[in-house]
Structure formats: structure tokens, C-alpha cells
Design a protein. Structure first.
Lengths: 115, 113
């Protein structure tokens, strides 16, 4: 099946700094990518939908100025957590969509820890 | 709103045991239902799906039947293997073809030899 990678797999940063997470579709072009967040023992929560060449659509309650999403090409979307705080510590997962209405392919996730 | 409630784990079974992971859903329309599996260090992979009531999804020996009367989509396998050890997620799409997915909390399965 299609492969989606995320980098880094794990990152620790200090409070107040920003951190960027990359999501790449390795063997297909993805017009749409999704960003999810997972808290311990909780569901994956959709944060935003990212379409190549346009602004991301954020879910209710997600701060777009804090979680900056850029979908610069058909194979790359980035999530930047700005001015990170300990409560932003979480597991962030991206997925990529080959075609509308078809299967999403998920990345392995990035564990962010803010100290 | 739409949501999924999934049996909490972890679940530990001996090889060849029977597996059931419960999943129930709440939806306002006619959702599609999914089971995803995540092996260590890898992304979620679609295991099986069902798009309408009474449909049965199956793959790799796993099965789940879309039960509208009980709003359930329980995952079953008759004889688990060590290689089935993973985290299993039940998910819902509000309608067939919708891209937004609502996930359960995941159930970690460990199969011991």
C-alpha cells in the first residue's frame, strides 16, 4: 500500500519554542492531507484538513495561529506548533488522501514533549 | 454528534484464542464503519470496512458486521496469532465517501505464544 512518513518520530522542545513536523507521501501525490492529535487513552482527534495550494481548514476549537499548517506540494505538509507549552505535548499523526472519498494512508506519528 | 466508543484494553490472549473487540457508534446519518490496525512503529492501516447495514467486512481472518439495530461493529477473529499483536482502532465516516473520520480510543492487543 501507499506509504506516508513523518519526521521527526519523536521531539522534545522547551516551552515557548516552535517545532515543525513534516508529513510526506512517499509514492503518491496527495491533494489532501489530514492532521490528527491523540491524547493518552483518548481518540484520535482531527485537527485540520490541508489541501495543496490553499489554506488549511481547522476543526472547531483548534487554534490556527498556534498550529500552522502548510501544504506546499503534493507530497509534503507541515505542522508547526508555535510557542509550544506543556499542554501541547501529544502524539500528532498525519494522513494523506490519494483521491477524494478513498482510503486515507496514515503516517507513524510524532511524539511531541514540551518541557 | 457522531462518535465511536471502543472497548478499552489492553487485551492479552494466548495464541489461537478467540478475539472480540467491541465497538459501538453514534451517528445522525448513514455512516461507513472501519477498523484500522497499527503495528509497532508504523502508521494506521485499514484492516476492513463496511458501508451499509448488515455488510460484513473481512480481511486477514478478521471480521466485523455492521449492525444498525445495535449500532455496533465488533471486531472478531477465530484464532489469533502472535503477529496480530497491535493496536486496533474502530472508526466512523459520517457518510460513504466522507473524508473526516471519528476514531475510538484504540485497543492494544498482545498475543502470547
Amino acid at each position: 500500500g501507499a506509504v506516508v512518513s513523518q519526521h521527526p518520530s519523536r521531539v522534545i522542545c522547551k516551552s515557548g519554542t516552535s517545532v515543525k513536523i513534516e508529513c510526506r507521501s512517499l509514492d503518491f501525490q496527495a491533494t489532501t492531507m489530514f492532521w490528527y492529535r491523540q491524547f493518552p487513552k483518548k481518540s484520535l482527534m482531527l485537527m485540520a484538513t490541508s489541501n495543496e495550494g490553499s489554506k488549511a481548514t481547522y476543526e472547531q476549537g483548534v487554534e490556527k495561529d498556534k498550529f500552522l499548517i502548510n501544504h506546499a506540494s503534493l507530497t509534503l505538509s507541515t505542522l508547526t506548533v508555535t510557542s509550544a507549552h506543556p499542554e501541547d505535548s501529544s502524539f500528532y499523526i498525519c494522513s494523506a488522501l490519494l483521491e477524494v472519498g478513498r482510503e486515507q494512508y496514515f503516517g507513524p506519528g510524532t511524539r511531541l514533549t514540551v518541557t | 454528534g457522531d462518535s465511536v466508543t471502543q472497548m478499552e484494553g489492553p487485551v492479552t490472549l494466548s495464541e489461537e484464542a478467540f478475539l472480540t473487540i467491541n465497538c459501538t457508534y453514534t451517528a445522525t446519518g448513514y455512516p461507513s464503519l472501519f477498523w484500522y490496525v497499527q503495528y509497532p512503529g508504523e502508521g494506521l492501516q485499514l484492516l476492513l470496512k463496511a458501508t451499509k447495514a448488515d455488510d460484513k467486512g473481512s480481511n486477514k481472518g478478521f471480521e466485523a458486521t455492521y449492525r444498525k439495530e445495535t449500532t455496533s461493529f465488533h471486531l472478531e477473529k477465530g484464532s489469533v496469532q502472535v503477529s496480530d499483536s497491535a493496536v486496533y482502532f474502530c472508526a466512523l465516516a459520517p457518510r460513504t465517501g466522507a473524508n473526516n473520520l471519528f476514531f475510538g480510543t484504540g485497543t492494544r492487543l498482545t498475543v502470547i505464544p
